[in-house]
Design a protein. Structure first.
Length: 188
């Protein structure tokens, strides 16, 4: 199958799944979804969706839709943020590891750009890079891959990045859950 055809097919599947989620939420209220899933299963489902969402930019929206649905349905926003954030951090760590391996096998022309970025990162203090990473992951609506792939390419410290990915993803999950709960109350 041609790459362009495959991309179009993947995009179409994504749109169909997103439309399906929207239709489900239009006709089924979040409380009944939580009642059918159960609290424990809700946290587990969010963890799994977080892991898949963390490893794929296209699956991320389904994680946030599920997070909002479960939070509005009555599950604990802090526990949702922790379970979902842990899952997303695992997926992000996988993407970071792929970036580490890709950086070692990059073509020479690309290695020059990687080297320039690596020198730039080295000129910055470690705590500043970590703080910016945490702020980006924890408070930005953009995909985490924008930060994890470049840091993986330059071989940024594994232990440092995993910690800040975890903290940022948990923060993002807790904030998302509270925004869903209290945001919906503004409109009802």
């Amino acid at each position: 199958m041609k790459r362009q055809t495959k991309n179009i097919l993947l995009f179409a599947i994504f749109i169909i799944l997103l439309a399906g989620w929207i239709l489900i939420f239009k006709y089924v209220n979040p409380q009944s979804i939580v009642a059918k899933l159960g609290a424990t299963n809700g946290y587990t489902v969010l963890f799994l969706l977080g892991t898949i969402g963390g490893a794929s930019t296209f699956a991320g929206p389904s994680y946030f839709l599920a997070l909002a649905t479960l939070a509005i349905g009555g599950l604990n926003p802090v526990l949702l943020g922790i379970s979902g954030g842990l899952g997303v951090a695992i997926g992000d760590a996988l993407i970071f590891s792929i970036g580490l391996k890709a950086g070692k096998k990059a073509p020479e022309k690309f290695k020059e750009k990687i080297s320039k970025f690596e020198k730039y990162i080295e000129t910055k203090r470690g705590w500043l890079v970590n703080l910016l990473l945490y702020i980006y992951i924890g408070f930005s609506p953009f995909p985490n891959e924008i930060a994890t792939i470049p840091l993986g390419l330059v071989g940024y410290g594994k232990k440092k990045i995993i910690l800040f990915l975890l903290l940022g993803d948990i923060t993002s999950g807790i904030l998302g859950a509270f925004l869903a709960v209290y945001g919906i109350k503004l409109f009802t």
